[in-house]
Design a protein around this ligand. Structure first.
Ligand SMILES: Cc1ncc(COP(=O)(O)O)c(C=O)c1O
Length: 461
């Protein structure tokens, strides 16, 4: 059999262009450009069919924590698939892999988390966490608590309820949303955009207290939960001030509002602790995991349930009327277990907290020599570069900085780095196996890309 490596992929490119309805893609532009076909990936590198090789500073969709092609995950999937290719876990049935995974999750999470629900994607983990939160208030006999508060610039997925929680004025417009009045929104702790003339710690406290004001506006008896990503990612890579999360926890406790941490991006070691909430010093009542939960080798996500909700679930005599065909899939569980073994066994969290994280912080700090760079943040292997053309030209708008970011992204791709412009930030999340030399190479490319984009922008003015 000819491998994909050896094949001429012209035919597949044409098939893709004609028959594949692409997610998050503009069809008119796609008809002109056709697909970019990735032929293969290995370690931290992606290679397209024309032989262009790039460092994947996006770790796929922020998910390939252990890098590409790790034979240990491949073997785990293959063994499980041969023995038990599928099993339905409804009604108390189970399989050995998901039982072992759950026990392992209880070990690697803080003590209060001792029940784990499984789904397939980040979006359905978020939906599940919200349904579990609403079910909790039903069990407690307070059904008025229905409102879910999200944040500006938040992203929690693309299913219908999760889309309602996306903190952008455009979210759901194409679908006639909102369909529900139980979602509301509070401020983002985006210091550079909304508070850079202030002390970051004070700004963080005020951003948290905006939640308190929203709870009081809705009435605490009507609010079920607050949901937030410990580091906002999809609509701007926004690192919160350290004061923010402990204050959010205090406010949720004060008004008996459940705190859901969406750890779909920040979970599984990227921040230099196993979970982002550990980096920020708080414990949520429920948290979600996906993406790095299986490093993208199999679609599987998880909701971790803490003591407050978990005790009520355990005491209930009702059926938890929620589940998906693929809950607790044996192959997904086998991959998640192998993924955990690699992350912990190879010391990837320590690397993110230690030498690799430090190297990334150094390389990013060097970028502040560019006038167009307003601020950089590095947390573990997550990096954020705030691009701000108004520092060069008073008349430059936010839209100019967004367009500039897109240009930096394209130049970086051509020079061998895949990284993502997100709003006015330029975001990176490297596979956690990245070496110091590869971080240096990525830093050099970013430097060159910002330099070239700045020169081109200046020439156009
Ligand atoms: C914080 C967060 N939650 C949820 C999701 C949705 O995950 P998925 O695309 O797997 O549904 C994402 C995706 O980027 C995310 O960033």
């Amino acid at each position: 059999m000819t491998t994909v490596d050896e094949r001429d992929l012209t035919q597949q490119r044409d098939r893709d262009r004609r028959f594949h309805l692409h997610a998050n893609t503009n069809p008119t532009r796609f008809a002109e450009t056709g697909p970019v076909m990735v032929r293969r990936a290995e370690g931290v590198y992606l290679e397209t069919d024309d032989g262009h090789r790039v460092i994947d500073g996006m770790s796929g969709g922020w998910c390939t924590n252990v890098g590409y092609g790790d034979p240990r995950l491949v073997a785990a999937a293959s063994e499980a698939m041969q023995q038990l290719s599928y099993q339905l876990t409804f009604g108390g049935r189970t399989n050995a892999w998901v039982a072992d995974l759950s026990a392992r999750m209880a070990e690697v999470t803080p003590e209060q988390y001792d029940q784990f629900f499984y789904a397939s994607t980040g979006s359905d983990a978020v939906e599940s966490a919200i349904k579990i939160a609403l079910y909790y208030w039903h069990l407690r006999g307070i059904p008025t608590k229905r409102a879910i508060i999200g944040r500006d610039l938040a992203y929690h997925g693309n299913t219908i309820f999760a889309t309602h929680l996306v903190g952008s004025p455009d979210a759901g417009k194409q679908y006639g949303f909102p369909l529900t009045d139980v979602v509301s929104r509070t401020a983002s702790p985006y210091w550079y955009r909304f508070g850079r003339d202030r002390d970051p710690g004070e700004f963080g406290l005020d951003a948290a207290r905006a939640l308190e004001a929203e709870i009081l506006r809705l009435g605490p008896d009507n609010v079920a939960a607050f949901i937030g990503e410990s580091i906002q990612a999809t609509l701007g890579l926004i690192v919160p001030p350290d004061t923010y999360w402990p204050e959010i926890r205090r406010i949720c406790d004060r008004y008996d509002v459940l705190l859901i941490a969406d750890e779909v991006v920040t979970g599984m070691g990227k921040t230099g602790r196993m979970f982002g909430f550990e980096t920020y010093g708080f414990e949520p009542d429920l948290f979600t995991l996906a993406k790095g939960f299986t490093s993208g080798y199999f679609p599987m996500s998880c909701v971790a349930v803490g003591a407050k909700v978990g005790d009520a679930l355990r005491a209930s005599d009702q059926v938890l009327a929620h589940g998906f065909t693929n809950c607790g899939h044996p192959v997904g569980a086998a991959v998640a277990l192998a993924n955990l073994d690699v992350i912990l066994g190879d010391g990837l969290v320590e690397r993110a907290a230690g030498p690799i994280g430090a190297r990334l912080a150094e390389r990013l700090a060097e970028l502040t020599r560019h006038a167009a760079v307003g601020r950089v943040d590095a947390v573990g292997i997550i990096g954020s570069v705030e691009l701000d053309l108004s520092r060069i030209d008073d008349s430059a708008t936010i839209a100019d900085s967004v367009a500039f970011g897109a240009e930096v992204g394209e130049i970086a791709w051509s020079l061998g780095l895949h990284a993502r412009p997100i709003g006015t930030t330029f975001g990176m999340m490297f596979p956690m196996i990245i070496t110091e030399d590869q971080v240096d190479a990525a830093g050099e490319i970013l430097h060159a890309a910002i330099e070239r984009a700045t020169a081109e922008w200046s020439a156009r003015r």
